[in-house]
Design a protein around this ligand. Structure first.
Ligand code: SF4
Length: 667
């Protein structure tokens, strides 16, 4: 590679999707800086981004394909890529011969890298015909479904517009930790006089900066949104916006907030004092435009869908949908406007098995264990670290026991990779080409190959191409993956005339020079769209599951210097000394005889986690808080989600735990 500056994009599951300028000297990434042409990130990165040189050249990175015999023993031996492809190819072909289809082969992949060419994994499996595939979205599906219901599409306003809002309501969002670039626009709005309201069970870094902070019981956001709407409507302060009365379900919604709930119920269920709710209603009435951001945590419980719909409806009723610089923020899924040729690659038909077998990714192990015709026998894991992320680990272990081959593609030897037969070293985004589309902002940016691969690391696309060749060598015609196509060919195909028009791009070469913004309006609706108001259902009368007297709701937000288990190996960011902190309230500490820095144990019927107590003056009595991932990850405590609702996110925040001082024994 030539020395110089290359354009990259941070592909992590993060609001930023930051444009990066990569400085390369003697084939080495020597420095990264932010791309000034990117109008959302404006030439800066977060600390994780600036640490990428250590992420790339890290002694813990995987260098070669490795085989572990027996699985879980730690007895790893280096093998060649050709041998790795032979092991995988022979097993796939043998399973097809044994069962008459490829349903016994499946994958589990999600958001470790959101670049479009990372859909090569999906493309690879599509190319072998019907197989077992994950569906859904563990993080945001409930909220996205609620957006579809309310707006008819995944509507989320343009983040830069928040600069011009007169009031910003951050409802369960903590951008000071999770979306640092958005803080620039919030600070700018405040400099111009905007009011900042934060609604959150926890006094977060963002909440500390608010003009009005409302502490709410977890899982009761629907009630607060309905209560504020009730006050607005009954006091004659609902907007005269044409959207009201024209929106679907207006009469039922109004009937419910006027006759179906009382303010007393709202105060008791949410724990929010009457004065605070009245103040919020008064602000919604008197200040426009107001931007309302519904955070992801709101929808990580069994009330999540209703809460997001109720917030959407409050935004509409208060007249903040149809004016500029107001609106509703959650996230969009504009990636769906692209052809997604790899994701949608069609494979050869199987006359006996017409359709692939779908597995809800939020309940993968349970679902997969129920298959017996044929059972799942080969699992390919990419962009995922199941053993620090997923709930139901006992079922995962049972599923792993029945699998005959587990292949993990990753940059590091994660907890999941350690339980695999084969690990394949993955390239970082600096070592491959890609195209990235944000899910928060509306920018598109190219990812160039800036440096040679680290030792023998390969991109998902390269692995798909090479494995295809091996499969077809062993069994001609087994895979229809177009292995001859280069990464650049796939990117070209994504830049269709429609995409060029939407983003104002003249040619692909334009992307080599800067990032581009979609022509997008924050105002809803256009002439064809219909807004649907919150619909009461039988669950609306049931308060969120409150913990019992001696139990606690477990909240597990992201921390500033990691995204789940990503970046754990970067010592510039994570020294490991603070990874098992368990935050508890003063009252809980007194009751349990726990002092700051004592070892404490969080436990329930699923598992037990030992950590170090940090006593907080601000945390509500019935909440304990700890961060995701780490060496003793909290997903062990997360129970099964409600299988009655397969079309939802994982209900992480419905988890109830107990707490005690650790006396050096395990439950
Ligand atoms: S982790 Fe997020 S904020 Fe940080 S560089 Fe990557 S996309 Fe940007």
């Amino acid at each position: 590679m030539d020395d110089g500056i290359y354009r990259n994009t941070c592909p992590r599951n993060c609001y930023g999707t930051c444009g990066i300028l990569s400085h390369v000297k003697n084939n080495k990434l020597v420095k990264v800086t932010g791309d000034p042409s990117h109008g959302f990130t404006k030439g800066s990165l977060c600390a994780k981004g600036y640490a990428y040189t250590q992420f790339v050249y890290n002694p813990h990175r995987l260098k070669y394909p490795m085989l572990q015999t027996p699985r879980g023993s730690g007895n790893w031996v280096r093998i060649s890529w050709d041998d790795a492809y032979s092991i995988i190819g022979k097993k796939m072909i043998e399973l097809q011969a044994r069962y008459g289809s490829n349903l016994a082969s499946g994958y589990n992949k999600y958001s470790g890298n959101l670049g479009l060419l990372h859909y090569a994994t999906e493309g690879l499996f599509n190319s072998i015909g019907t197989h077992t595939k994950p569906v859904g979205n563990p993080c945001a599906l409930t909220g996205l479904n609620a957006l579809e219901y309310s707006f008819g599409k995944k509507f989320s306003a343009v983040p830069e517009d928040m600069t011009y809002s007169k009031m910003i309501v951050l409802w369960g969002a903590n951008p000071a930790v999770t979306n640092v670039h958005q803080m620039k626009f919030i600070y700018e709005a405040r400099r111009k006089g905007a009011i900042l309201v934060v609604i959150d069970p926890v006094l977060t870094q963002t909440a500390k900066k608010a003009d009005l902070y409302i502490q709410i019981k977890p899982g009761t956001d629907m009630w607060l949104a309905l209560g504020v709407a009730k006050l607005l409507y009954e006091n004659g302060y609902a907007s005269n916006d044409f959207l009201n009365e024209r929106g679907e379900g207006w009469n039922e919604y109004i009937n419910f907030i006027t006759h179906g709930i009382t303010m007393q119920e709202v105060y008791e269920i949410t724990g929010v004092p009457p004065e605070a709710i009245a103040e919020l209603a008064s602000l919604y009435y008197s200040i426009k435009p107001t931007a309302t951001w519904a955070g992801l945590g709101i929808q990580r419980n069994s009330n999540g869908n209703d809460s997001i719909e109720a917030i959407n409806s409050l935004v509409a009723l208060s007249g903040n949908l149809t004016i500029p610089n107001a609106g509703l923020y959650f996230m969009h899924f504009d990636v769906e406007t692209f052809p997604n040729k790899l994701l949608n690659l069609e494979g050869p038909p199987n006359e006996l098995v017409l359709e692939s077998r779908s597995v809800d990714i939020s309940d993968y192990a349970n679902n997969a264990l129920s298959f017996d015709n044929p059972p799942l026998k080969l699992l390919w894991i990419a962009s995922r670290n199941i053993f620090t992320q997923d709930q139901n680990l006992a079922e995962w272990k049972e599923l792993f026991d029945q699998l005959e081959l587990i292949v993990t593609v990753d940059m590091y030897l994660t907890k999941t990779a350690m339980q695999s037969d084969l690990v394949l070293p993955a390239a970082t985004h600096f070592e491959e080409e890609d195209l990235n589309i944000g899910y928060w902002h509306y920018w598109i940016s190219l990812n160039q190959k800036a440096i040679p691969a680290y030792y023998e690391a390969k991109s998902d696309l390269q692995i798909a191409r090479e494995l295809t060749r091996k499969l077809n060598q062993l069994s001609p015609g087994f895979s229809s993956f177009p292995h001859e196509k280069e990464p650049i060919d796939w990117i070209y195909e994504e830049i269709t005339p429609e995409i060029k028009h939407l983003y104002g791009i003249n040619s692909f070469e334009d992307l080599m020079t800067k990032a581009f913004h979609k022509k997008e309006k924050s105002i809803f609706p256009d002439d064809r769209q219909i807004f649907r108001f919150f619909t009461p259902n039988e669950n609306n009368c049931v308060a969120s599951k409150a913990p019992g007297l001696d139990s606690f709701t477990l909240l597990t937000p992201q921390s500033l210097l990691k995204i789940h288990s990503q970046y754990e190996w970067v010592s510039w960011l994570n020294t490991k000394k603070d990874e098992s902190l368990i935050e508890i309230s003063l009252a809980a500490a007194k009751k349990k005889g726990i002092a700051d820095q004592d070892k404490v144990e969080l436990y329930n019927e699923s598992a037990s986690i030992i950590g170090t107590a940090r006593i907080s003056n601000h945390l509500p009595d019935n909440i304990v808080l700890t961060h995701q991932a780490g060496s003793n990850p909290i997903n062990q405590l997360i129970k099964n989600k409600d299988t009655e609702k397969p079309d939802s996110s994982t209900y992480f925040y419905d988890s109830i735990v107990r707490l005690r001082k650790w006396e050096g024994y395990n439950v």
